[in-house]
Design a protein around this ligand. Structure first.
Ligand code: URP
Ligand code: ZN
Ligand code: ZN
Length: 492
């Protein structure tokens, strides 16, 4: 009799990004130590008969306890956000440490890290938002922070207080390249959005539904093209966040076809919502306002196709939580123009149930693909694999026992984040996480969260993106050498 197992998850169907099979999963301390048949016994046995045994979700884009572009604080704390993530089957998040103008990036990261250390319930890591790429930030702070395990940078091409212009973008891309970090980008054309917004407001079109009009679809494709050109010049891998349009997906397909190092994600709001959702009486539509905005059914289909083809590799929540009251969406008063409303939707808890229902229960994609898009691929792209994102010997025991048969109608009251609403209220989804383990600890059972705030661990992520220069960059560097310059390195 082998007593070395703390937990056996018995009799379920184990699913990875490549396979599904009947097996028991054995856990010792925080690690998966065996996958096989007839294992055990374990000190605790979890009966997974008729259930799926999936890797915990990895949500690589969520805003937690963060100051927005307009200076409004998220509704969630680390405790409430990651508690809701766990209840929805997500066991790893990558959130943001947001540098606003004039702030010291090292201090910013330390401040966000302290919040997460006190509150996190699932394991976490950070993308560093750089909005003020000063000389010291580029030369000293970023390289040191990347070495400490913050191996991704987030940059905004829009939002008045966060955006960087093209020259700053090139500086950041070069710094990332020299230090092996990935650059993630919110890519929309700022000028188009500002111009459209101003004209709409001047003419009295102030309701939330005009937020969608103020982000024309060309503003996405234009910014993607410009960003991709800059990344190609520097030969720096990029991740394009929240792709929302047919045209945006096509730009990415072409760039990847040309061999450029371009990754891209979409989010449930672009697969399940449309601009029509913003068209509600009064300012109610503010609950559905995010940037880029939800688009059309045609865009939804294009995004599903791009996921099918592998043009988009991950689906993140872009959880950006604001309550529908004076602390959040209505912070400018009860009757704001769409320009005065904080952008963002809650989504950490609903990401996996919505996607499981659409992909697996409704038969659009395989179970393996569901696991790949929501756990394995983000873990690989962001250097968290093989510890996270799979069920394999030696991986962290982050596991979701999933009931594929149960149907749940989403309601505001069912949610556990602090916004007080879900944009998906009234939808019925088939499939729900019933037991969630994080590093071998059962943190969700019978719909109840049972984990201590602060029990989530920081996941340092090392760089590793600086590969051999592309032929294009090599040619540029060879040309430089002919006249003795060094343009594509920070050295002068
Ligand atoms: O509307 C959104 N997505 N708000 C969050 C900030 C961001 O990443 O755009
Ligand atoms: Zn964004
Ligand atoms: Zn975001």
């Amino acid at each position: 009799m082998d007593n070395s197992y703390d937990i056996i998850i018995r009799g379920g169907t184990v699913v990875t990004a490549s396979d599904r099979f009947q097996a028991d999963v054995a856990i010792a301390a925080d690690t998966i130590v065996a996958v096989g048949r007839g294992l055990g016994p374990g000190r605790r046995e979890i009966d997974a008969t008729g259930k799926l045994v999936l890797p915990g979700g990895v949500d690589a884009h969520c805003h937690i306890e963060q100051l927005s572009a307009a200076g409004i604080m998220n509704a969630d704390t680390w405790e409430s956000a990651t508690g809701s993530a766990a209840l929805g089957g997500t066991t790893t998040v990558i959130s943001f440490a947001a540098q606003h103008m004039g702030l010291d990036l090292t201090q910013v990261v330390a401040d966000y890290a302290a919040l997460a250390r006190n509150g996190a319930i699932v394991d976490y890591s950070f993308h560093m938002i750089v909005s003020d790429p000063t000389e010291i930030t580029l030369r000293d702070h970023l390289p040191a922070l990347i070495r400490e395990g913050h191996a991704s940078i987030k940059v905004f091409m829009t939002y008045d207080r966060l955006r960087v212009h093209d020259e700053q973008m090139l500086d950041i891309l070069l710094t990332a390249r020299e230090n092996g970090a990935l650059v993630c980008v919110h890519a929309e054309n700022h000028g188009i959005i500002a111009w459209m917004g101003k004209r709409l407001i001047e003419r009295g079109y102030t309701a939330p539904k005009f937020h969608a009009v103020s982000h024309p679809r060309v503003s996405e494709a234009e910014a993607f093209n410009r960003l991709i050109a800059m990344a190609a010049l520097i030969d720096q891998p990029i991740m394009i966040f929240h792709v929302s349009t047919v045209e945006g997906a096509a730009v990415i397909r072409r760039a990847r076809g040309e061999g450029l190092k371009v990754f891209a994600e979409t989010c449930p709001q672009y697969l399940f919502l449309t601009a029509q959702d913003l068209d509600k009486p009064g300012v109610e539509g503010a609950k559905w306002m995010c940037s880029p905005p939800p688009r059309t059914e045609m865009d939804q289909e294009a995004l599903w196709r791009a996921l099918d083809l592998g043009d988009l590799q991950t689906i993140s929540s872009d959880h950006a939580p604001y309550a529908f009251d004076e602390s959040g969406k209505l912070s400018s008063g009860p009757n704001p123009t769409f320009k005065q409303v904080a952008n963002g939707l809650p989504g950490l808890e609903t990401r996996l149930p919505l996607l499981f229902d659409a992909m697996v229960s409704k038969g659009r994609m395989s179970l393996e693909r569901f696991v790949e898009l929501t756990a394995t691929a983000p873990a690989k792209i962001y250097n968290l694999h093989p510890k996270k994102g799979s069920i394999a010997i030696g991986a962290d025991a982050d596991i979701v026992v999933w009931n594929p048969d149960v149907s749940v109608t989403l309601t505001d009251a069912l949610m556990h984040d602090r916004t007080g609403y879900t944009p998906y209220a009234g939808r019925t989804v088939q499939g729900w996480p019933v037991i969630v383990l994080r590093r071998g600890e059962v943190i969700v059972e019978n719909g109840r969260l049972q984990a201590q705030p602060g029990s989530g661990r920081f996941l340092p992520r090392q760089g590793g993106w600086a590969a051999q220069p592309s032929e294009r960059l090599q040619a540029e560097m060879d040309a430089e050498r002919n006249f003795g310059a060094s343009l594509f390195s920070r050295a002068k």
